[in-house]
Design a protein around this ligand. Structure first.
Ligand code: SF4
Length: 367
């Protein structure tokens, strides 16, 4: 498939009801959104806003902040006001922080009514306040916090147990007529997680927040999330995603955006099609590909750039790309849409690709 024809679409998205997280629609056919969570103390307003600004710049659309203390709750009005993207307050147990978050102007709250009910049953009051303020709630069930009753019933954390728990949590709000909900059923094992979301998707029409919880350090977490989200999104399941990595949150956004681009669920930005190199390579492809990716990072228009290590397969592969290079004899043949437009010395490959990329960008901007 050439760029101009576009890739074949993934499966039709499952129909879910739509909620609004601030100005970001989630579900109901809205584009799949990418979110992350800050790692700063929420009470440290400047540090939190700084991290939100970095996340926003990297393409984050919704951000979640933890609210475990009164100081954190007190910081919410300023954070919600100054954040460029909708803020979700993440709360366990304390209803008073839920009310504070709604009052503070947070776009949504993540809280499980089951926890609230156990300690201080204000589920009805929360439903009323959230409804009046137009604030949706995410119910988040995961392996670590599964209800003891369900653990006993199922013997371990199974997809069925996660789904039963989530739907029971929803029923606590539904009793009060509140349905402005999205749900997550996270597990650290992608297979359990995939099965849980499939089951959940078949049993309700609430929008679904995908996540592999405690996915691990960057490499492992990236693979687990890509595999799990890829399987579900390719079936049309999932309305918003959060990649969980033991890494700075900006990395989560990069991975999330790349997953959506790979599935054609978001316009592709810079796509480097580089060969793995082999015994025929006449250039250090790995270094060249890294240099080209770095030189074109953040390129303003979608662009597919091929970086090929030799002229044997290079031209064929480069034909599919907007722009490309095939190396040989210390030189680089530069291709535009499969046609060789010039040959330059190896040292000038990167700058020539950047020049040609700029020219393509200018041409595309001309109406
Ligand atoms: Fe090997 Fe050339 Fe293919 Fe790269 S393009 S993998 S160097 S044959």
């Amino acid at each position: 498939y050439r760029n101009d024809e576009g890739p074949p679409p993934v499966a039709e998205r499952r129909k879910t009801r739509q909620i609004m997280v601030g100005d970001v629609p989630v579900g109901g056919g809205a584009p799949v959104s990418v979110q992350s969570m800050t790692t700063t103390l929420t009470s440290d307003i400047n540090a939190t806003l700084q991290q939100i600004a970095e996340l926003t710049a990297s393409g984050c659309q919704i951000v979640r902040v933890a609210v475990p203390s009164a100081d954190d709750a007190a910081a919410l009005p300023v954070i919600a006001k100054k954040s460029q993207i909708p803020v979700i307050a993440d709360i366990h147990f304390q209803p008073k922080y839920v009310f504070a978050a709604i009052e503070a102007g947070c776009a949504a709250v993540r809280v499980n009514p089951g926890n609230i009910k156990k300690f201080d049953d204000q589920v009805g009051a929360i439903a009323k306040e959230a409804s009046a303020a137009g604030v949706p709630i995410r119910i988040g069930v995961n392996a670590g916090s599964l209800d003891r009753r369900l653990l006993e019933k199922y013997g371990r954390v199974t997809p069925e147990a996660l789904v039963e728990s989530a739907l029971w949590e929803c029923s606590l709000f539904e009793e009060h007529g509140f349905r402005d909900i999205k749900i997550s059923v996270k597990h650290n094992d992608p297979l359990v997680m995939i099965a849980a979301y499939r089951l959940l998707s078949a049993r309700c029409d609430y929008p679904l927040h995908l996540g592999v919880t405690e996915a691990g350090p960057q490499f492992q977490g990236t693979i687990k999330s890509a595999v799990a989200f890829g399987a579900l999104l390719a079936e049309g399941i999932g309305d918003t995603i959060r990649v969980s990595l033991s890494s700075p949150p900006v990395e989560e956004i990069k991975v999330g955006n790349q997953i959506l681009e790979s599935l054609g669920l978001r316009e592709r930005g810079l796509d480097i099609v580089s060969c793995p190199s082999c015994g025929r390579a006449q250039v250090d492809v790995h270094t060249l590909a890294e240099k080209v990716a770095a030189a074109l990072e953040g390129f303003p228009v979608p662009l597919r750039v091929a970086v090929m290590g030799c002229v044997v397969n290079g031209p064929g592969e480069a034909r599919e790309a907007d722009l490309g290079v095939a190396s040989g004899n210390g030189k680089g043949q530069i291709f535009v849409k499969g046609e060789v437009i010039k040959t330059v010395p190896e040292a000038r490959i990167v700058e020539t690709l950047v020049e040609e990329a700029m020219r393509i960008a200018e041409e595309r901007e001309v109406p």
